[in-house]
Write a protein that binds this ligand. Structure first.
Ligand code: DUC
Ligand code: ZN
Ligand code: ZN
Length: 478
């Protein structure tokens, strides 16, 4: 088994930072040592296979992106990153584990949907991967099938209050699933937007000739995110099920999460980089690209939508990350190309496949929040790695640099620089939602279970390096 010593760096955890050398043996971290330790008369750097000099750099646990959609069928097309391309892009950006959503389509058996996802992922991933289960149809059979999820290593499942006719569950179905989940210890994840009301607003807008991407954000009004978030919280309250709200973008939805948490209810929420940095006015209303004109806004059509900056949603998201009203940051990585995919919605924003690709940039974009003073260095690690591990039953194995944990490690250079562009990214997209973003930091080295997969601008990993992660129950409950 190969041994590696990472020397001279600052090891950052959710609770602090310390100058330490990190010793890796095979796939595991085996020791944190005072810098330059000579142990039992042995100079460790002479005795190991590889020494990585991290002087002046941060040594952090590999990122965990707990919300991705590789190859998700959507609107007559499918998300453009495969498990292979998407996990490789993740690795480039310092993410060493992903949790993707296995889809049960309406009418399909839950276990068959899961099997399809295993087939898509197996032997293709660059980094370790787990699954949440999407419930596309709550009925007697799928409620029964939920009983097997924990044994399959799936401790969380997702329902949608949006997308009637596709993924949508009504309140009665949601209640039944939550009752079952409460008994099994499963974490319920919710896409909280009032889909039936959104569809009426969207139809009215299109009928009035308002077909540009901008109106996607108007139809998906913040009131309908706030209302659905509140409803999900109350349904969870009745059943005693813990609840996790995905991709929170409206400040009023955060207020609902905070209100429930203040009462002691097990309610959690994530936001995504797009809701921290981007806005309805600047992106969906964009006309900057001569090739697309006002349709350029389609690049940023996702759900929940980007929100108006003049209403202060973005600042509210940063604030909620500081105060722990929101606990973590995932990407909701769901990429589509403009050519052949997003352009399906020219003339009708309802037909634009929903999604943004960010998996490669989450660690960098959140580190920029450290540079600008929005969050601390420790909070960066907590939001992007440690809490995702605890929330989704991986902590100890992932999310921490400690003896016994998997050697998923990123050496991050705070004096480096990263320019984001579709010309240089590794995601399978013909544009970047983050074109022109400059990051005051750089992912230098990425180690996944002891193997260096990115170093010095080179990709050293291989397809199939990543293994399926059987997850335990959430470790984050109050
Ligand atoms: N939101 C998206 O933007 N894409 C996929 C599904 C979702 O809920
Ligand atoms: Zn969603
Ligand atoms: Zn999603």
């Amino acid at each position: 088994m190969a041994t590696t010593l990472i020397t001279g760096g600052t090891v950052v955890s959710a609770t602090g930072r310390v100058a330490a050398d990190v010793l890796v043996d095979g796939e595991k971290i085996v020791a944190l040592l005072s810098p330059g330790s000579v142990l039992l008369g042995t100079d460790l750097s002479a005795g190991v296979d590889t020494v990585i000099d991290a002087t002046g750099k941060y040594v952090i646990p590999g990122g965990i992106d707990a919300h991705t959609h590789f190859e998700l069928p959507f609107g007559g097309t499918a998300a453009s990153d495969t498990f292979e391309s998407g996990t490789r892009a993740a690795a480039w950006g310092g993410t060493t584990s992903v949790i993707d959503f296995a889809v049960q389509t309406t009418g399909q058996r839950l276990q068959d949907g899961l099997e399809v996802w295993h087939q898509k992922a197996a032997n293709n991933c660059a980094i370790d991967y787990g699954f949440h289960q999407i419930m596309g149809g709550v009925d007697e059979a799928s409620l029964k099938a939920m009983e097997n999820l924990v044994d399959e290593g799936i401790s969380s499942y997702k329902m949608f209050m949006a997308y009637p006719g596709v993924f949508y569950s009504n309140d009665g179905q949601i209640l039944q699933a939550m009752q079952k989940a409460a008994g099994l210890g499963l974490l319920t994840m919710m896409h909280a937007e009032n889909g039936p009301a959104i569809d009426v607003l969207a139809e009215q807008l299109v009928a009035a000739g308002k077909t540009d991407p901008y109106y996607h954000g108007i139809a998906r009004a913040w009131q309908l995110e706030e209302e659905a978030t509140h409803r999900a919280i109350m349904l969870a309250n009745v059943t005693g099920a813990p609840l996790y709200i995905v991709h929170v973008s409206a400040k009023q939805a955060v207020e609902q999460v905070a209100w429930a948490r203040d009462k002691g209810q097990n309610v959690f929420g994530e936001t995504c980089p797009q809701y921290l940095y981007l806005s309805l006015e600047d992106q969906l209303g964009a006309t900057g690209d001569p090739q697309w004109g006002t349709f350029e806004g389609a690049k940023w059509v996702c759900s929940t939508p980007l929100r108006a900056r003049e209403d202060g949603h973005q600042n509210a998201m940063w604030q909620a990350l500081r105060t722990n009203d929101l606990q973590m940051v995932s990407t909701d990585h769901c990429p589509f190309c403009m050519k052949g995919q997003k352009e399906l919605g020219v003339g009708d924003f309802r037909k634009i496949p929903n999604g943004i690709g960010s998996i490669e940039h989450r660690m960098d974009l959140m580190y920029q929040g450290v540079v600008t003073g929005q969050i601390t260095l420790e909070r960066w690690v907590e939001l992007t790695s440690t809490t995702p591990a605890r929330m989704f039953g991986l902590y100890g194995k992932k999310g921490v640099i400690a003896p016994g944990a998997d050697a998923d490690i990123v050496v991050y250079d705070p004096n480096g620089h990263t320019s984001i562009s579709a010309q240089t990214h590794h995601m399978n997209m013909d544009y970047s939602a983050w074109e022109g973003y400059e990051i005051d930091g750089h992912v230098d080295t990425v180690i996944s279970r002891g193997k260096t997969i990115v170093d010095g601008g080179q990709y050293l990993g291989a397809r199939g390096d990543g293994k399926y992660l059987k997850r335990g129950l959430t470790q984050y409950l109050i």
